[in-house]
Design a protein around this ligand. Structure first.
Ligand SMILES: Nc1nc2c(ncn2[C@@H]2O[C@H](COP(=O)(O)OP(=O)(O)OP(=O)(O)O)[C@@H](O)[C@H]2O)c(=O)[nH]1
Length: 471
């Protein structure tokens, strides 16, 4: 908005007076503005007059309220007569419609409590730049004395579509939830369920990974076309083939013995790493690597003497993509944290200096999405982060195995770390790129620093690469 303090002329003031009617009949029109009804035009005009007008100017009023005609006890100007104006005025006291500041601060703190937060109490507590959070727990104690009921997390898959990736096909699921207004995602890899000819040997039973809320009937008048458009279909969609799905059966299909649990990655959004290709972190590479690893075919040993000794089934699992940028501190704070990192601080200290926790993420929504996809009964979790394993277990997930993710740059450099099929040799076959999807392995000083900090300060379960990176 244009702030026109310097150019606010007497004519503008007169116009503002005119606009702020109703003007009561009075012998002294000088005071009429104070009693005028508040309307959007007034707000716009006042706001344009400069930043010294704050929102607080609109939260104060005479008592009984005179500004808002609908306010109980508001002054009825039709009853006004010049004779009693002075007497009436004397009874009006200037009061704030806001709660006292003490109470508003308290309310804000209580709103910030998130029971899923691993700190268990205050979600965000901003200290001034340069000051690490102090050990003052009095605010925490105050805030926790009055527990506020937290509704269980509910998610609904709003739409699903096929996404071809360099590693094979995936299904992108978009979720809404009752906790935040972000659109969290699940990238489901389960090619067996939509290939034209089943890739899964008949002798092996594997339940398809499907969203219960997506397959549910949303309304009585939902057409087949409505369902198909939002992704509630089975098999492959094509101009000649379409089949709407039916609601999930109460008892899902049994999984054959010997079939490993689906491979799951809980990934947090990283605009810089995934979209810009930043080499300050390994996030883009990790997302790519997760999709690649989940898509790898699986060898299942045969438990029946009448069948071959082993069978190969398509890879299956999901990446739950949570919109908690910068380990939950948001992109703005992450950008500031990067500048502090350039000044020599590591990723943990930079967060603390900004008044944030080292990691402010929550995994309740991830848990709810996994339940919706029927994956809560057993998953193999792709992570080096012990906090994630613990958080998911708290959400009721059965983590049957943790599968580590060794950064590509470390794998390529250390012959002892050539794991998961990732070597410099197969890197050559891949598209050149940065850390983006389908990209190559990258080396860099910033990236090394970031990875080392995760191991040394955040307890990530990775063998540290200690050699000189230039060798
Ligand atoms: N605050 C902050 N966040 C960062 C920084 N670098 C990356 N991130 C964020 O870290 C998150 C990536 O974490 P994840 O991919 O879930 O991985 P992780 O928790 O480190 O552990 P793994 O599961 O082992 O990969 C994303 O939200 C990134 O935006 C940084 O320097 N500062």
């Amino acid at each position: 908005m244009h702030h026109a303090t310097d150019t606010f002329s007497p004519a503008d003031a007169a116009l503002l007076d005119l606009l702020t009617a109703p003007v009561p009949p009075t012998s002294n029109p000088k005071f009429s503005r104070r009693d005028a009804a508040l309307d959007p035009l007034l707000i716009a005009a006042a706001a344009a007059s400069g930043p010294h007008i704050t929102r607080n100017h609109y939260h104060h009023d005479f008592f009984p309220g005179v500004m808002l005609p609908q306010h109980e006890g508001s002054w009825d100007w039709t009853k006004w007569s010049p004779a009693d104006s002075k007497q009436q005025r004397r009874h009006l006291t200037y009061v704030s419609r806001q709660a006292p500041r003490r109470q508003r601060l308290q309310d804000t703190k209580e709103n910030e409590i998130d029971s899923g937060d691993k700190f268990g109490t205050l979600k965000k507590r901003r200290a001034s730049l340069g000051a690490a959070p102090t050990g003052d727990t009095s605010a925490i104690t105050r805030a926790t004395t009055k527990p506020i009921p937290v509704k269980p997390v509910d998610v609904k898959c709003m739409a699903r579509t096929r996404i071809p990736t360099p590693h094979g096909p995936a299904f992108l699921h978009l979720y809404h939830n009752n906790r935040d207004n972000k659109e969290h995602l699940a990238i489901v890899i389960d090619p067996a369920q939509y290939s034209e000819t089943s890739e899964t040997p008949a002798a092996v039973s594997i339940p398809a990974i499907r969203s219960k809320t997506l397959d549910a009937v949303w309304s009585d008048n939902e057409t087949e076309m409505d369902r198909i458009t939002r992704g509630a279909y089975v098999g492959k969609l094509s101009p000649t083939s379409r089949q709407a799905s039916t609601p999930a059966p109460a008892a899902p299909a049994e999984t054959s013995d010997g079939v490993p649990s689906p491979l799951i990655r809980i990934h947090s959004e990283c605009f810089t790493g995934e979209t810009v290709g930043s080499m300050r972190c390994d996030c883009g590479e990790q997302l790519d690597e997760a999709i690649r690893l989940i898509s790898q075919p699986i060898t299942v040993p045969s438990l029946s003497s009448s069948l071959p000794t082993s069978t190969t089934i398509p890879g299956r699992g999901a990446v739950i993509y949570l919109r908690q940028e910068g380990r939950g501190i948001g992109l703005l704070s992450k950008i500031r944290a990067y500048n502090l990192q350039d000044l020599g601080h590591d990723t943990v200290t930079a967060n603390l200096m900004l008044g944030h926790g080292a990691d402010e993420r929550g995994y309740e929504i991830a848990g709810a999405i996994l339940r919706d996809l029927g994956l809560d009964s057993g998953v193999r979790l792709l992570t080096n982060n012990p906090d994630k394993v613990e958080a998911l277990q708290k959400e009721g997930m059965r983590v049957v195995e943790r599968v580590g993710m060794v950064p590509r740059s470390w794998q390529g450099r250390n012959p002892n770390l050539v794991e998961n099929g990732w070597t410099d040799e197969n890197a050559v076959e891949r598209k050149a790129g940065a850390t983006l999807i389908g990209g190559n392995a990258v080396h860099g000083e910033d990236l090394d620093k970031y990875l080392r900090t995760k191991v040394v300060r955040m307890g990530h379960m990775l063998p540290l690469w200690m050699e000189d990176p230039e060798q």
